[in-house]
Structures are given as C-alpha cells and as structure tokens.
Design a protein around this ligand. Sequence first.
Ligand SMILES: [Zn+2]
Length: 118
Amino acid sequence: MRPEILAKSATAIRKQTLAMTIPATETQESSSRCWCCGQTYSDDELVHLGSRPEAAVCFGCARFLNQRARRAQDEHSTTIVARMRGMVDQGRDFVVEHGWHRLPVLGSTLRWLGDHLP
Ligand SMILES: [Zn+2]
C-alpha cells in the first residue's frame, strides 16, 4: 500500500474514533446535568431514576416534582389532611403571585416557611 493511502486510512480511523468518543462525552455531560432545570451538578448532588439511570434530577427539582405529584394526588382526595395541604398550597401560590417571596426581609422568612410546610 502506498504511504498516502496509509495516511488517509489513519486519518479516517482517527475521525471514526473521534465520532465514536463524542457521544460518550455527551453522555457523561448529560449524566451530571439535571434533566429538569438543565443545571450542571456533581453526580452526588443528583437523584437518578430507577429504570432510566441516565436520567437524573437535582435535589431542588426532586422536591419540586414531589410537591407537584402530591398536589395532583391531593386533587382527587377528600381527606381533611389533603384539604389542609391544599390551603397551604393556595397560600404559597398567593405569595409567589404577588412576589412576596422576593422581598428583602419577609421573603427569606416566607421561603423558609415554604420549605418547611407540607
Ligand atoms: Zn434541577
């Protein structure tokens, strides 16, 4: 085989190798990226889904998804606890709609309260 053909073959092999390694890099990047908010986190700051381990969400988004799931579940429940949580959710929505959670002093208290209420 002529040297220029060997050089082309080596280049083709390098390109093929690069093409094969790029998806692995993207997979590695996406595994440290929250699939909900898109922020990058270290792997110990993410919760991986059971049957889809490549999909992960950060702790903040996991709490948000838990809250949304609980709200959806409470919509179909008639228990007194579900109704009380619904009232807390309405209060939380009211605070967020008016932007009170961003106020200098009151906002930090409301955010703390929001994190600790059901
Ligand atoms: Zn997130």
